[in-house]
Write a protein that binds this ligand. Sequence first.
Ligand code: ADP
Ligand code: LRH
Length: 487
Amino acid sequence: AAAAAVAAVDLGATSGRVILGGVSGGRIRMRHVARFPNQPVRLHEGNGPGLHWNITELYRSLSAGLAQAFREEPGVRSIGVDSWAVDYGLLRGGKLLGLPYHYRDERTAAGVQAVHAALPPEELYSRSGLQHLPFNTVFQLAVDRERGDLDMADRALLVPDLIAYWLTGREVTEETNAATTGLLDARTRQWDTELMARLGLAGDLFAPLIAPGERIGGLLPAVAAELGVPAGLPVTAVGSHDTASAVVAVPFADEDAAFISSGTWSLVGVELPSPVLTAESQAANFTNEGGVDGRIRYLKNVSGLWLLSESIRTWDGPGATDAQHTSNLAGLISQAAAVTAPVPVFDVQDERFTAPGDMPARIAAWCEERGLQPPRGRAETVRSILESLAAAYADVIEQIERLTGRSIRTVHVVGGGSQNTLLCQLTADRTGRTVFAGPVEATAIGNVLIQARAAGLVSGGLEELRRLVAQTFEPVRYEPRVAAGVP
Ligand code: ADP
Ligand code: LRH
């Protein structure tokens, strides 16, 4: 018999996937249907190159994945889409005006200046509660405005909302991702239209808010025909910010646990009932992101495995395939685990590491500027990156304890990076805490669970959903090998 299932589309900055999921017998079922790379494109645009998401390629890949999902499981009840945060497409009269910019495009620095001239950083933080990252939507829009790119636009849709719009024709802004724009009031969770007016943005630039679990709309007839499914099949809002979906699937046992959502970025934080908007919190650059079911994801965006993948891209040279990339990764991690020479710990948050390009050279330059011996060769470079990430996690966890008054005893690592056994072990070593690694596909699981709940396949709050995660996916446990912080 056709099992009740839902289809999750999860677009990461590194790769996208379509996963069929369901819940039966107290367990979550997940089946990968499609996986595709997410490779940005550089296009000359008058004054220089712009870095963009190849959004139409992503749409084609995810549509093919969805069609395959329906062939495999005709009982699919709903589709949900999540992606990385902050980026958006501009539209006029429902038509996309150009490829969305990639948050790593270097145009954002000018936007930070423009916004801060109109609104001091302190005020921005106390209104939005958002960590300062130069690529937050608010800064990107300021550049668009200065360049005249907003003149024609009557709508901005965040990436998952843009995909949902193409599937259903409905324009909405899903709440959890809306929080990453910097234009949402942290307390009321509504658009801060006064702030938008002060920045010269139309109060209705973004579509109305919708909460995870609500129905966005049914598949457009033409789309349904292309996918080979009945028209009207619902697209359901999920925690469309990938990190929000990932946190749904963190199998927290209690309040003494922090999470690290580990992929292209590492999002290190805890879940809270209400935001922390203090000056100390701003000084520590913590973010209050709206989570599913009204929870607050109090976290810090720390750099992530981007440092490693961009190093590998440098070593492999142009044109290396994804498969080659992954096989190199396993070998490099075991070589890095065997390194016994001391390696430098560098500041993974230094903004010089954000843009694409030669990562090992930038790491070496950072070390040389401080009179440190740079890592020698690939294994030492990988070790240095992973030690530096783990050291940053340890700092953030100390800060969380200070800023929230909680004591953190365990750390849950989820996402692709939870497969990096060396990083997990170093995280245990440097934080001095037990690390539980997995599930790898936390984001897709969170996406599936919120759809399954909306479809009536499961019920309960996040605690019940997390119990299902804990029952289904056995985490890998890492204990600190040495005293806290002394590897
Ligand atoms: P995103 O959602 O940001 O695209 P993922 O959660 O998919 O990221 O994680 C991608 C990262 O996971 C890769 O950059 C890589 O470092 C890591 N990763 C993927 N597969 C493995 C593996 N088999 N072993 C170790 N690390 C892995
Ligand atoms: C992770 C993520 C993160 C944001 C970044 C832009 O994929 O959504 O939460 O800070 O991308």
